[in-house]
Design a protein. Sequence first.
Length: 234
Amino acid sequence: MKKRIVVGAEAINARIQRMLIARAKYEADLPNAHVKLMKGNSKTGVNCYTVSLCPIIDCVNCSECRKDCYDIQHDVIYKQVVESRACNSAICRKDKPRYWAEISQQIKALFVTELRLNVGGDLDDEDFAFVSLVAEENPRCDILFFTKNYKGINTYLDNHKFPQNVKAIMSAWKGMPIDNPHNLPVAHVLWEDGTTTAPEYGSYYCGGNCSACHFNAEGCWTLKNGESVIFKAH
């Protein structure tokens, strides 16, 4: 496995400060800020749009994963990425109903059939109900997300169900005990030394293109309760 390049705490903290400064700029002019959906890329594929928040500062539970977070390491080094994440974060933080309403509006306007939420950041306790609302408003759009907000999603699922076009996957991490009473699918990391939190047998290995998996009806989009997917550390 190709060795990852990992920056240290000082660089991570500098990137966090950069995002906080950018977010404050958008919060100061919130009426003129709008949620940005991004077109598919080499990882998500051409058809899978994404909408993202800021890594770490928009994560509910990242005590162990922050130092190895792909997003803070490799994505928010670009000005355009910082700006789009900070803009989304500002709206979600200050006007959550508008944040989700604008996502729903753009799904309709752009004819989005595949949407991956929060490639950076995570969903907080309030967001799960909004995800269901957006899915109900856009039944022809399949929505995929990964979360380490175990407590928040469990509380939501204690009393609600996601619509069929939502694929919710818990994200496991070494040193972070996972609580999964609803038996949701779980994503795991395969590290360079061969270690993983995944079960020994039966896990699906990520093919690296969300659009291809959606088209072929396989992978994360079709995981059943109790199943797992493995991502190579990157």
